[in-house]
Design a protein around this ligand. Structure first.
Ligand SMILES: CC(C)(COP(=O)(O)OP(=O)(O)OC[C@H]1O[C@@H](n2cnc3c(N)ncnc32)[C@H](O)[C@@H]1OP(=O)(O)O)[C@@H](O)C(=O)NCCC(=O)NCCS
Length: 345
């Protein structure tokens, strides 16, 4: 009902910040005469309009009146195996979470698969994320994805994941793609295998008195973008949209004291319970001075202070320096993924 006098209640305010597609917990007032005054619903928020929330719990889909919400928040994906906060998430759930940390310009879906297009800026934002069930037989699903990208004048690229060190051909989707002439990496060594590494924010090295000062901006500033563009091809308009497209992100930088020139930078993505590190880069003249570690320590500090016990990042297995750097800080491989593409693309 539009013009509902209840709109603008505490319940509306509390539920405004929930993320559709995220796992949420909602404390809900029950009708008078019920055994209890309130109950909790835990599940995926699948829709929200002015008056209602729709939550898929483990057992049922519930439609909740927003005005009757007493408390609500986004929560991390469930534990799927034993371990600490950065270990117990499934690879599928971590992939879905990380996809929200790097939002494409255009996003489509095929069952659980996520189709992403961003005019070629980065593999992550221009590939089909193969997670769960595509809702079609595999060959038809692949045809559909190829058609979706062809309509956009882009090559189809599939992101397929597995255990650390998995054999790509053992994955059924990858095997079907290999049969069609796709290869792991599609001719790009950086795409052949990517490590997803995780750590506990509390276990990462703290900032010290000797650490260079780190700036964290919620806004993307021009000099940050220009410095980011020194190390990769940026697509005007698209790069800014992807960098700023998540529900929460911070742009970190270290500057030279005199010139204020940026010597190190990274983007931090913010999720319920998780922080993501993207694009960490140190100016070649300033490597091995501890700036990379300083930025990671700053991310860890923000994460700890904001209830994010776990941190993730993605690094190409081809980048042995990068991988050694993350390992030296205590990150370990959670799972691997590969991009499957036709070599010409
Ligand atoms: C990876 C990178 C960010 C490291 O930054 P940095 O400021 O040089 O790193 P630090 O000085 O903080 O080094 C911290 C530790 O990481 C490890 N490390 C750093 N560079 C390394 C290298 N080339 N080989 C092996 N280990 C290395 C060392 O253990 C080092 O400690 P130490 O200096 O006491 O030996 C930097 O080399 C870089 O910008 N590379 C290009 C972009 C990139 O690969 N980013 C990461 C991928 S996501």
């Amino acid at each position: 009902m539009t013009g509902d006098p209840l709109r603008g209640t505490t319940g509306h305010r509390l539920t405004a910040g929930l993320t559709v597609g995220s796992r949420v917990v909602v404390r809900y007032r029950l009708e008078e005469g019920s055994e209890a005054a309130a109950t909790d619903f835990l599940g995926e928020l699948v829709a929200r309009n002015d008056d209602f929330l729709v939550v898929d719990t483990k057992t049922e889909r519930v439609k909740l009146v927003r005005a009757d919400v007493i408390a609500a928040k986004d929560v991390p994906p469930p534990a799927s195996r034993p371990g600490r906060a950065h270990e117990r998430i499934s690879a599928d759930d971590l992939e879905k979470l990380m996809a929200k940390g790097w939002q494409p310009l255009e996003r489509g879906g095929l069952g659980d698969w996520v189709l992403r297009a961003s005019e070629g800026f980065t593999g992550r934002a221009n590939s089909a994320l193969v997670v769960g069930d595509p809702s079609l037989p595999l060959d038809k699903a692949i045809d559909f994805v190829e058609g979706w990208y062809a309509e956009r004048g882009r090559p189809a690229i599939f992101q397929v994941h597995g255990q650390p060190g998995f054999t790509v051909a053992d994955d059924p989707t990858a095997a079907a793609l290999l049969d069609r002439g796709y290869t792991a990496g599609g001719g790009n060594a950086e795409w052949e295998r990517v490590h997803v590494m995780t750590a506990l924010s509390a276990a990462l090295p703290p900032l010290t008195e000797q650490s260079a000062p780190v700036t964290a901006d919620a806004e993307l500033k021009l000099d940050w973008l220009m410095t980011y563009g020194e190390q990769r091809t940026i697509v005007p308009g698209v790069t800014e949209a992807v960098l700023t497209g998540s529900d929460g992100q911070l742009f970190l930088s270290v500057r030279e004291p005199q010139s204020q020139r940026i010597t190190a930078l990274a983007r931090m993505a913010i999720h319920p319970g998780w922080a993501g590190i993207f694009g960490l880069w140190v100016h070649p003249e300033h490597r091995h001075e501890g700036l990379g570690s300083t930025i990671v320590s700053a991310v860890a500090m923000v994460a700890r202070e904001n209830n994010m016990p776990a941190v993730y990042l993605q690094v190409s297995a081809d980048n042995t320096t990068g991988t050694a750097f993350w390992e030296s800080l205590g990150f370990a491989v959670h799972h691997d993924y590969a991009y499957l593409a036709r070599p010409a693309s």
